[in-house]
Design a protein around this ligand. Structure first.
Ligand SMILES: *[C@@H]1O[C@H](CO)[C@@H](O)[C@H](O)[C@H]1NC(C)=O
Ligand SMILES: *[C@@H]1O[C@H](CO)[C@@H](O)[C@H](O)[C@H]1NC(C)=O
Ligand SMILES: *[C@@H]1O[C@H](CO)[C@@H](O)[C@H](O)[C@H]1NC(C)=O
Ligand SMILES: *[C@@H]1O[C@H](CO)[C@@H](O)[C@H](O)[C@H]1NC(C)=O
Ligand SMILES: *[C@@H]1O[C@H](CO)[C@@H](O)[C@H](O)[C@H]1NC(C)=O
Ligand SMILES: *[C@@H]1O[C@H](CO)[C@@H](O)[C@H](O)[C@H]1NC(C)=O
Length: 591
């Protein structure tokens, strides 16, 4: 009783009772007791509701993180083996900084692999010049020409942008002209490629970038897709096709995170992020010219909805992409849109594979110093460390450097794929960083190269952006969806989803290439920059190991197969030009 009355005291003192109610004692008592009872009842209900709510909240949380017995088990394994005790599984981030305190699951002794068991054949060196040399104008599209063309521009280009789309190169150039640097231009061109080449560049995909700054520092941004935390390993292993086509083939997309991190780190700060995206939004509404690839596939059933939504009058429009880009560019931090909140929920709901909102929330790209390898006097080539197999490229070049028999060189390149079998995501395979460092500096190799690899590393769905600005800042970006058109799932938000799960070795457990929740698959993609005496000599990229080996041979005046050279920007006598076997379509523009 006392406590009930005490409760009443929190209310303002009641006015003296009106005289007309003085004799009605029962009613008065009744009222006195009614008020506290109602308040107590309300308080009780509120507290009960809070307790029930909290209970339900924790119940659903624990339910959503443990959807099946199998994935609970793998999740726990993952936690035990790869996380420091202080971090909880839900806050696991792919941060480069934290990787030093992240114990790895696999540590492989690689020392024996660097023993010389194969000595390259040394033959007299021949120097070959390109088949033909043609002059061209400032902005050029090369199409279906069979010979190799080295374009020496009429005007000496001091700054240049290279992509596979004329419009996208022009958009990159427009950013340079407005005072942006090479990274700004590369970001704008990358967004543009998402509109013009949605089968290769996509918000639902990944990218890798190598940047050389004025001060000579070469840094890489690795924004490759990671395996979702709730993958069902048994299911993927039993049905390999699930990792090629359909929702379960997708890793957590990294492109937007990587491009924005690059912007934060390297931008000129003269152009706002938003203005790197708007040219693409505008072009989406004007339409892109259709390339051969699209024409040939416009009848493919899996791509029907894509063509229906986007192709009109032989032009490719991208209204879905333009609206998601508009929404993203309205945020001060674009990562708050795509990777969080309503948009993340919508994307996850739509794809319906293993991907969860927490995968998007936790995604973080890696930034690291590049690996560099001396390839000639004063000349070095720089590219990313693992999970890129750039080190394999460097080693293959060094191993075949003195060979003059091109068939032999090509055979060596083919057998080099085996070397990737010890290069895994460095957060999971700690030894691979050191392995890559040593591999990239030696021409030694062993029987490893004949080892059977259960992964086909081909990435048809990839495209490159190269930019050199007038301060000599240089950028090489390779955007990728995995296979052409990724997993063939077209989002209503205007992009294809990747099929990166297929780049894991599904046949073996506990090897660097095996699949694990949170892991990034190994790739042949190597955005490279060749530097001579601290000046840029060439920029290239992509996943074509053979093409890159022939490019390095060309640069160092070894004989090379001109029809195989990977497209690149070349700097000669301070002027930039395009070098490429022009069976594909490439565009260089600059000033
Ligand atoms: C280059 O930049 C990276 C990242 O900012 C930094 O960690 C590294 O120490 C720099 N290297 C040199 C040689 O300045
Ligand atoms: C498209 O198809 C035509 C005719 O079948 C073929 O000649 C051409 O090489 C194909 N183009 C591509 C890019 O696949
Ligand atoms: C290639 O030839 C040079 C010069 O003859 C020699 O110094 C070098 O060791 C050779 N490299 C390999 C890998 O055999
Ligand atoms: C070049 O190498 C290939 C393959 O190893 C071999 O068949 C061919 O005879 C070699 N050519 C010369 C001229 O040595
Ligand atoms: C850029 O590099 C070229 C040589 O490749 C050099 O001539 C030029 O002065 C450099 N420009 C700047 C701004 O450093
Ligand atoms: C390398 O560059 C420095 C200054 O940038 C220059 O003094 C030197 O002569 C160059 N060396 C060669 C071999 O070109």
């Amino acid at each position: 009783m006392e406590s009930q009355l005490g409760n009443v005291e929190i209310y303002p003192p009641s006015p003296p009772p009106p005289p007309n109610r003085n004799d009605d004692d029962d009613t008065k008592r009744g009222m006195l007791f009614d008020v506290p009872w109602i308040i107590i009842l309300i308080q009780f209900i509120v507290i009960l509701a809070l307790v029930l709510g909290l209970f339900a909240f924790f119940l659903t949380r624990s339910e959503s993180s443990t959807p099946s017995v199998y994935s609970t088990r793998t999740y726990q394994n993952f936690e035990l083996q790869t996380l420091s005790p202080s971090s909880s599984p839900l806050t696991f981030r792919r941060r480069y900084k934290s990787s030093t305190e992240t114990p790895s699951t696999i540590n492989i002794d690689f020392s024996e692999d660097l023993e010389p068991t194969l000595s390259p054949v040394v033959l007299p060196m021949e120097v070959m010049t390109p088949a033909s040399t043609t002059k061209s104008h400032q902005s050029t599209i090369l199409e279906n020409v069979n010979s190799v063309e080295v374009f020496e521009n009429d005007e000496n280009l001091r700054a240049a942008v290279f992509t596979s789309s004329k419009i996208c190169s022009e958009i990159g150039k427009s950013i340079l002209v407005r005072g942006g640097n090479a990274v700004d231009a590369a970001i704008a061109a990358s967004f543009c490629l998402m509109g013009g080449l949605p089968n290769k560049a996509s918000l639902g995909g990944g990218m890798m970038m190598t940047v050389k700054r004025k001060n000579g520092n070469v840094t890489t941004v690795i924004a490759r897709e990671s395996a979702p935390m709730n993958i069902n390993l048994e299911e993927l292993k039993k049905n390999p096709e699930l990792s090629h086509v359909g929702p379960k083939a997708s890793g957590t997309p990294g492109v937007l995170n990587g491009l924005y991190r690059a912007f934060q780190k390297f931008s000129s700060n003269r152009i706002q992020w938003k203005h790197l995206v708007t040219p693409t939004i505008q072009q989406c509404n004007k339409g892109f010219d259709i390339n051969e690839d699209f024409k040939n596939r416009s009848n493919a059933p899996a791509l029907a909805s894509f063509f229906k939504a986007n192709m009109r009058n032989n032009k490719l429009f991208c209204s879905g992409l333009s609206s998601i880009l508009t929404e993203i560019s309205d945020y001060e931090n674009p990562l708050d849109s795509f990777y969080k909140g309503e948009m993340a929920q919508k994307l996850v709901k739509e794809i319906g594979g293993y991907l969860a909102v927490s995968d998007l929330e936790d995604y973080e790209s890696d930034m690291a110093s590049a690996l560099c390898t001396d390839i000639d006097a004063d000349t070095k080539v720089c590219g990313p460390g693992p999970p890129s197999s750039f080190a394999v490229l460097a080693n293959t070049y060094l191993t075949t450097k003195n060979m003059s028999n091109l068939s032999k060189v090509n055979e060596f390149v083919k057998s080099s794929q085996g070397l990737t079998h010890k290069i895994g995501d460095p957060m999971f395979v700690k030894s691979s960083k050191k392995y890559a460092e040593e591999l990239s500096k030696t021409s030694k190799r062993t029987s490893v190269e004949t080892k059977e690899i259960h992964v086909n590393f081909e990435e048809d769905g990839s495209t490159e952006v190269f930019v050199i600005d007038e301060n000599n800042m240089t950028v090489s970006v390779t955007l990728s969806l995995g296979d052409n058109f990724g997993n063939l799932i077209y989002s209503s938000s205007g992009f294809f989803w990747n099929d990166k799960m297929r780049y894991f070795d599904m046949k073996n457990d506990n090897v660097p290439l095996s699949i694990q929740p949170g892991k990034v698959p190994t790739t042949m993609i190597s955005p490279i920059i060749v530097v001579k005496n601290n000046s840029v000599l060439a920029v290239s990229g992509g996943s074509d190991l053979l093409g890159l080996v022939h490019l390095l041979r060309d640069i160092t005046h070894r004989n090379y197969d001109a029809s195989k050279v990977a497209p690149s920007l070349f700097v000669q006598n301070s002027a930039i030009s395009l070098k490429s076997p022009s069976s594909n379509k490439f565009s260089i523009t600059g000033y």
